[in-house]
Ligand binder design. Structure first.
Ligand SMILES: NC(=O)C1=CN([C@@H]2O[C@H](COP(=O)(O)OP(=O)(O)OC[C@H]3O[C@@H](n4cnc5c(N)ncnc54)[C@H](OP(=O)(O)O)[C@@H]3O)[C@@H](O)[C@H]2O)C=CC1
Ligand SMILES: O=C(O)CCC(=O)C(=O)O
Length: 424
């Protein structure tokens, strides 16, 4: 088998264009007013800030940070904060719009937002990360707020960063404000089940779509790209359901074992090895691009955007792609996958478990009350299953892909809300 060279970052298909072409496709089926089209095409707010941080070396470095609120028609802005070297305004714009569609698909009362800082967390100490997220929070004080815009973790950030963000915001407001951020540690008002929630949603969507294709979990082989929060939890929960995870990857490379990788062991190894799978001996190291092309039942991209593109889509052998990451499949790739009969469960459905439990966290913060884990798990799984069934029905009704169906549902919800709110 011949494998392609990885696409250089500059050649990536543009995530914003990919998002817009899906939006346009759904709008053609649904039809919306020109005024709403314009409102949804231009983000409601785009904030760009310079973030001066003293590094451990004593040198001052200025990072560029962003927060984009795509829409608040459905409610306050909601979405994660990404720390990654490839972060750009273009990327954050696409990610913020995806949040609008995602919240609408799972029917939670939030609009879409996303933030990011162009930095490399792998090369930063805990102290540098803390200074950076605190500086970012200070720069965003007027944007954030439990009724305005509620951040959460994304690539390169987690509960630790959300704790610093909440603390910095609370100090500035002179009181503890739990509801300004979700994905916090439990002791700071975080929710049971949030850490694994996105992976849980991926697991539920994978099982639901496998059932439609007549694939039983015990017969399924799965490859997972990305072994961070989303990828490792999705793999672990699917392993618990009897699936065989044959390949996983992180930035250090891809690891393959056709007899199945013991995911709990891989997680333990990563956690004891400074967060990386480098040197993991229970599987053979393969070319990272090869992971995407393996002959598996299910492929779960759970790292970043545009990894399945016009360059490699024709060689994908999986029957099903379940998008743990946001925007892993480009619009060009969609066309090729459709011709090959490969089903893609779109990001705005498959990875919506995270924002669903973030919503539960925000509700608990407002109530000043804590829900037990079993209640969160039951409600999260129900929300994703209901959303999956709805998307599936709409895809049959209009004879469109699951992705277009999900956009149709989302845009329809925003359009109906807009019709009642009016006033623009
Ligand atoms: N966290 C959440 O709740 C949600 C996240 N998402 C989306 O899921 C995706 C992953 O997020 P999350 O798991 O939180 O992020 P993490 O930072 O926890 O993990 C990212 C993982 O991807 C790996 N990775 C990065 N680049 C590559 C690459 N080029 N090839 C292979 N692996 C790579 C990282 O490797 P390494 O650790 O070695 O750097 C890491 O294992 C993102 O698209 C995010 O937007 C969507 C919904 C919610
Ligand atoms: O939990 C949240 O609020 C948002 C998570 C997120 O950024 C995403 O779903 O892409």
């Amino acid at each position: 088998m011949q494998y392609l060279e990885p696409a250089p970052i500059k050649d990536r298909e543009n995530p914003l264009e990919s998002m817009m072409s899906r939006f346009d496709e759904a709008v053609q089926v649904l039809g919306i007013s020109d005024e709403l089209y314009q409102i949804l095409t231009i983000p409601a707010r785009q904030v760009i800030v310079g973030l001066p941080v003293t590094m451990d070396s004593g040198e001052l470095k200025v990072f560029e940070g962003y927060r984009v609120i795509h829409s608040t028609i459905l409610g306050p802005g909601k979405g994660g904060v990404r720390f990654d070297q490839d972060v750009s305004l273009n990327e954050v714009n696409a990610l913020a719009a995806w949040m609008t569609w995602k919240c609408a698909v799972v029917d939670i009362p939030f609009g879409g937002a996303k933030g990011g800082v162009a930095c490399n967390p792998r090369q930063m100490s805990a102290g540098e990360m803390e200074r950076l997220i605190r500086t970012y929070t200070k720069a965003m004080l007027e944007n954030f707020g439990p009724d305005k815009d509620i951040p959460a973790p994304d690539m390169g950030t987690g509960a630790r960063e959300m704790a610093w963000l909440m603390d910095e915001y609370s100090k500035a407001k002179g009181k503890t404000v739990h509801g300004v951020v979700t994905g916090k540690p439990l002791v700071l008002g975080g929710s049971q089940g949030r850490v694994e929630a996105t992976g849980r949603g991926v697991m539920v969507s994978t099982l639901a779509s496998m059932a439609k294709l007549g694939i039983s979990p015990e017969k399924a082989t799965i490859a997972v790209q990305g072994f961070g929060n989303v990828g490792s939890w999705a793999a672990s929960l699917l392993e618990d359901k009897g699936c065989k995870i044959v390949a996983v990857s992180d930035i250090s490379g891809a690891y393959y074992n056709d007899g199945g990788i013991d995911i709990k062991k891989a997680i333990e190894y990563r956690d004891q090895n400074k967060g990386t799978l480098e040197g993991f001996k229970e599987a053979e190291k393969i070319d990272p691009d090869e992971l995407l092309l393996l002959p598996v039942e299910v492929l779960i991209p759970a790292a970043k955007e545009d990894v399945i593109t016009g360059r490699n889509a024709a060689q994908i052998q999986a029957k099903l792609i379940v998008e743990g990451a946001n925007g892993p499949t480009s619009a060009k790739a969609d066309v090729i996958l459709k011709d090959k009969g490969i089903i893609a469960v779109p990001d705005i459905l498959a990875n919506a478990g995270g924002v669903t439990v973030s919503y539960f966290e925000w509700v608990q913060n407002r109530m000043g009350y804590k829900w037990p884990l079993d209640r969160i798990v039951r409600r999260c799984e129900k929300a994703i299953n209901n959303a999956f069934d709805h998307v599936y029905e709409v895809s049959l009704k209009y004879d469109v892909s699951l992705r277009t169906a999900a956009y149709i549902i989302a845009i329809d919800k925003v359009a109906t809300t807009y019709k009642y709110r009016g006033g623009y």
